[in-house]
Design a protein around this ligand. Structure first.
Ligand code: ATP
Ligand code: MG
Ligand code: MG
Length: 349
């Protein structure tokens, strides 16, 4: 069958490769780490750094289409690939969302509500930004942050001293703290013909900045549910997007605030593996290969729970008839590391 290239060999790449195989495709994983979990599920693999133009070109030669499972890919890597293979989601979606400043500016220019934000380069600009935004606020590195890493909360103006050092002087944004009632996310897909399918919003609970559970359906008003999928569709259209995107939202009394977008399958969409006939991974593969999208219909209420570090030993779930276990095959269960997840049928009240 045709070969789909996937940049990044983490658990998302692994589950994409499994979904691709089910549709008769082969996959080619590209990752610098030979222990990356997706290699075990793919027919082809390249272990090389993301700045190896030769390896990237050879990878692209072998693929009908290339996608990615994380957004921190250096744009130069795309140069080497774009000579021979098409990349979905497109370059604009990737470059925009790997930098919180360009991402939030794009969202605001679309007319969507974000937390107030200011660019920060050093302690002097942080002081200016803090005057505009006030406290509490959060200083976030513009690039490379995930699972709440590279963030520091400022509760009083005195917290300025040391804040820039705490993120090692990296370019950053200062964001006003949003007092949300809950966090939800929309997993949305767009096909090569521009058709859009959105899954029901899921309700996300974080622990220590890391996603802990996603519950569907989210308990929100009908108004917020509608706004959530409409704004997700608006973002996809604006980017002429092809593939699956995760859109993280804060629910407030005044409506929805967009936190961030991820141009890929998303941890808060893992519930679709149990709740839908067509899960987010198959949906992404369908989108990037030019197939029609499947319905995003949910047939079951689900609670997804991440297994971090030693949680992976929670195998009593194996005996639970309502639990579907996913393990990523990572050998070192470091604290906070995503090792697997459990999808459970949500008990009905
Ligand atoms: P991810 O792993 O989802 O990519 P991340 O490291 O990119 O996370 P964010 O999603 O920006 O970080 O923040 C992580 C969590 O911190 C959010 O889900 C939310 O709970 C909290 N948070 C972030 N920004 C704000 C804010 N402006 N106001 C209130 N809480 C916030
Ligand atoms: Mg993020
Ligand atoms: Mg986030």
């Amino acid at each position: 069958g045709a070969v789909i290239g996937i940049l990044g060999g983490g658990q998302l790449g692994r589950m994409l490769a499994v979904a691709a195989a089910r549709l008769g495709y082969e996959t080619h994983i590209y990752d610098p780490d030979p222990a990356a979990p997706a290699f075990a599920t793919a027919r082809h693999g390249t272990v090389a750094p993301y700045d190896d133009a030769g390896a990237l070109a050879a990878f692209a030669e072998s693929c009908a289409v290339v996608t990615y499972e994380f957004e921190n890919i250096p744009p130069e890597a795309l140069d080497a690939i774009e000579q021979t293979a098409s990349i979905h989601p497109n370059r604009r979606a990737l470059t925009l969302s790997r930098d919180r400043l360009t991402e939030k500016t794009f969202l605001r220019d679309l007319g969507l509500t974000t937390a107030p934000f200011e660019a920060v380069e050093n302690t002097a600009t942080l002081a200016t930004a803090l005057e505009a935004i006030g406290t509490p606020s959060i200083l976030k590195t513009r690039t490379l942050g995930y699972d709440g890493k590279g963030q520091i909360r400022l509760d009083t103006p005195e917290d300025v001293s040391g804040a820039v050092d705490a993120i090692a002087g990296a370019p950053a944004i200062l964001e006003g703290f949003v007092s949300f009632t809950k966090e939800i996310s929309v997993i949305a897909a767009r096909s090569t013909t521009g058709a859009v399918a959105c899954y029901d919003p899921g309700e996300n609970v974080h622990r220590n900045g890391i996603l802990h559970t996603t519950t569907v359906p989210a308990e929100v008003t009908n108004r917020d549910r509608t706004d959530a999928v409409l704004l997700a569709g608006q973002i996809l259209n604006a980017l002429d997007y092809v593939g699956v995107m995760g859109v993280e939202l804060f629910v407030t009394k005044g409506g929805l605030i967009v936190n961030e977008i991820a141009p890929r399958v998303h941890n808060s969409g893992h519930w679709t593996q149990l709740g839908c006939a067509i899960d987010q991974f198959e949906q992404h593969i369908r989108a990037i290969t030019g197939l029609p999208l499947g319905p995003a219909t949910r047939h079951t209420d689900v609670v997804m729970e991440n297994l971090l570090g030693d949680d992976v030993l929670k195998l009593p779930a194996l005996a639970d008839e309502n639990a579907q276990i996913h393990l990523y095959g990572k050998s070192e269960p470091r604290p906070g590391r995503k090792m697997g997840h459990i999808n459970r049928l949500k008990p009905t009240a």
